[in-house]
Design a protein around this ligand. Sequence first.
Ligand SMILES: [Zn+2]
Ligand SMILES: [Zn+2]
Ligand SMILES: [Zn+2]
Length: 262
Amino acid sequence: MPEPSGRLTITVLGSGTSVGVPTLCCSCEVCHSDDPHDRRLRPSVALRWDGHCVVIDTGPDFRQQALRAQLPRIDAVLYTHGHADHILGLDDLRPFNYTQHEIIPVYGSEETMKIIRRVFDYIFHDGPTESSRPKIKTHAFDGRPIDLYGLEFLPVPVKHGKGPCHGFRFGKAAYLTDHSEVPEESLEMLQDLDVLFLDALRYKPHPTHSTVEQSLKIVERLKPRQTWFTHISHDLSHEQAGRVLPAGVGLAYDGLEVAVGL
Ligand SMILES: [Zn+2]
Ligand SMILES: [Zn+2]
Ligand SMILES: [Zn+2]
C-alpha cells in the first residue's frame, strides 16, 4: 500500500535487544509468554513516505523482518553503529539489488563504515565473482543532515557505553536506539517532536543501555507527543511494563506502525 502523501509511516521491524526475545536457552516467563508483543526481533525500523523506503539498521533478522513488513524496495540504509545486532543482515540487501537494478546507498559514521568494510570484506573486492554480492555504496556522514529523497535525516550523536552511536531525527520524529547517555547538545536537537523512539533495555542499570527510568527522564525533559521504548530485553513483559508507563509512552513491539506528518 502506498503511503498517503505528506505522511511518513514508521514500521517497527524489531523491538528487541541484541539476543532477541525469546532469548536462546532462557526459561523465564517473558521468553515463554503467549503474548505476541513479547516476541522481539533485533532492533530496526522501516520508514516509508511518498513511495520511498529507508531502513535504519539491518540486523541478523533483517530477511524475516523485510518479509513480514512486505518491504517493496529499499532506497537507502542508515546505520546507527557497527554492533552485530544492527549490521549482520546487510547481505540480505541482494534481492533488493536484483529487483531494483541499482546500487543501494548506505550511511553511517566513519567508524561504522570501517566496521562494515571489515565485517563484510567480500563485498568490497573488485573483480569477477562466482556468487552475488550486495551492491552498496557507503557514505560516511559528519554532523550535517543527510538529504534522502526530499527528507532530511539529522544524525544525533549519543553515548553507547564507551562507544559512539547515532540516532536520527527526521521531520517531527526521531529514532534513538543503543544509548546509555544522550548528551546535552543532542537533547537540543530533539526538541518539538511528535514521535520519539528511545532505548529502554530493562529496569536494572546497564553500562551501555538506558533503563526505563533513565528514558522516562529524557521524556520528561523533551516532552514529545508520543514516545516508544525499544531495544527491550526479556526483563520487561509488554503487558506488565506497559501498564505502568505514563500517558503518551509505550513499549514498542514488532509490527507497530506509527504515522507522522512530514
Ligand atoms: Zn543494539
Ligand atoms: Zn528470558
Ligand atoms: Zn549496540
